[in-house]
Design a protein around this ligand. Structure first.
Ligand code: NAD
Length: 433
């Protein structure tokens, strides 16, 4: 058995092991958990009482874990802003790492990681699970087999519903110092998927980003107060977001796990120390955007028009990929917690009036089957090529576009990716790291 250690026994880390299939679990065992919070070990034990990994508590014991357990791979799954530090420290031991997305929270951290990786024998994988959804794989195959010719223009609209969208503003993710903001933390998924699909590198970004729904000025804020928590809030009945959460909160993976399986979501203090994921979405400390409209230029001639909204009546994404020989439309809508059931993929060759509907096989597992496929692809070797393994280059460009988005929205000026990455931009373009 190969040895897997977990750095950051987060909700997501536990979830990923839930998602791992039998092949992964016959080849890998979890030998060590590391965290700064002992309650996270209880959360793991609650979910997997049969697994008995060694536990290592506190920053000062991180290297002890690496030395004692000699893992073959470390899953880095702490809060985003700690990824870079633990990744660098793991690479110093020449150990492979898989880092939850976003790889890091800033371009500066990306560069630190790139420098550490150059000196290490450890391999870096980034867990971009969206790549592994059946629809995403089908789009990739169509583009790679030149179905639309050279990609010229992409339109991408992402809508998160009131529950999913607001959840980011209830948790640590709502501060840029923790998550990099949602253009990095959340939209990195999509930005990476586009980069991967079209196989072009981003060059320049222009963006408007604003906070419309959340923060003290949110139009649906029942009153301006600080530090409320949904579980104890006297105004919870007057909060439209709380009301809909009470009515509908069952479907979303990010919420369901916290809610049902790992203690109650409302006051999920059971499994965190001094942290509850039900902070008020109208607090003034929120310093990130909930709405974006961006334009991104690529080095192969494509342009992307990208819009995101974090408070929409239902969850949806729509992608249109236009090329010199045709067009692909990819979309899903999930309403009433009917997650991922309405996926649609269509191909429109140029000059042919008839669209071709592409049927997509349904997959079970989190993120429309993306999670189990990702775990298998990163952790297991088979005869098949690794369809979508992402590494440092992909992780860095996703962060760089996301940072360019929020920087552009603050200055009103376009941001060149090379100005953020310097010489690393040239190096990344030459090598898949
Ligand atoms: N790919 C996906 O679909 C997906 C979904 C959810 C989360 N994620 C990612 O997974 C990771 C974990 O997210 P989550 O929502 O499960 O988090 P979480 O809130 O459940 O856990 C955060 C972890 O970080 C630890 N932590 C807190 N302060 C720390 C510090 N000072 N030093 C080190 N560790 C500290 C906490 O103890 C906890 O174990 C994040 O990187 C997040 O972006 C990815």
């Amino acid at each position: 058995m190969k040895k897997l250690a977990i750095c950051g026994t987060s909700h997501r880390a536990i979830r990923l092991w839930v998602e791992a299939n039998a092949e992964v679990k016959t080849q890998w065992e979890i030998v060590a958990l590391w965290d700064i919070d002992p309650k996270r070990f209880d959360a793991f034990k609650n979910m997997f009482p049969e697994i008995k990994p060694q536990t290592f508590l506190g920053d000062e014991n991180y290297e002890t874990m690496l030395q004692t357990c000699s893992p073959d791979m470390v899953l880095i799954c702490t809060r985003d802003n700690y990824h870079a530090d633990y990744a660098v420290r793991t690479l110093a031991y020449d150990i492979d790492i898989m880092i939850e997305k976003p790889m890091v929270t800033t371009v500066a951290e990306s560069i630190t990681l790139l420098e550490a990786a150059e000196k290490s024998k450890g391999q870096v994988y980034v867990t971009f699970n969206y790549r592994y959804q059946n629809t995403a794989v089908a789009v990739k195959e169509m583009l790679d087999t030149n179905k639309v010719g050279r990609v010229t223009a992409i339109e991408l609209n992402v809508y998160l519903d009131e529950i999913h969208g607001s959840s980011f503003f209830m948790r640590w993710n709502r501060l840029r110092k923790n998550s990099g903001g949602l253009s990095i933390h959340k939209e990195g998924h999509y930005l990476d998927m586009i980069n991967w699909w079209i196989d072009q590198n981003p060059v320049e970004v222009y963006c408007f980003g604003t906070l419309n729904y959340y923060g003290p000025e949110g139009i649906l804020n029942p009153s301006k107060k600080e530090g409320r928590h949904c579980s104890t809030c006297s105004e919870s009945d007057a909060c439209a977001y709380n009301r809909i959460r009470q009515e509908k909160e069952t479907g979303d993976d990010h919420i369901k796990g916290l809610q049902g399986r790992i203690g109650s979501r409302a006051a999920n203090t059971d499994y965190y120390t001094n942290y509850a994921a039900d902070q008020c979405i109208f607090d003034s400390e929120i310093d990130i955007e909930d709405t974006y409209a961006a334009v991104i230029k690529y080095d192969g001639g494509a342009v992307l028009s990208f819009s995101v909204n974090f408070s929409s009546p239902f969850e949806q994404h729509r992608v249109v990929i236009n090329g010199t020989h045709g067009r692909i439309e990819d979309g899903y809508t999930f309403a009433d917690n009917n997650l991922y059931t309405a996926a649609a993929l269509a191909y429109y060759p140029l000059f042919e009036k008839q669209a071709k509907s592409i049927s997509i096989k349904n997959s079970t597992g989190g993120h429309a089957g993306g999670d189990p496929a990702l775990m298998q692809d990163i952790l297991c070797n088979t005869d098949k090529p690794h369809i979508a393994r992402a590494g440092l280059k992909a992780g860095t460009y996703a962060v760089a576009i996301g940072e360019a988005m929020w920087r552009s929205s603050q200055t009103g000026l376009p941001v060149k990716i090379k100005d953020l990455l310097g010489d690393w931009d040239d190096k990344l373009k030459k090598n898949e790291l």
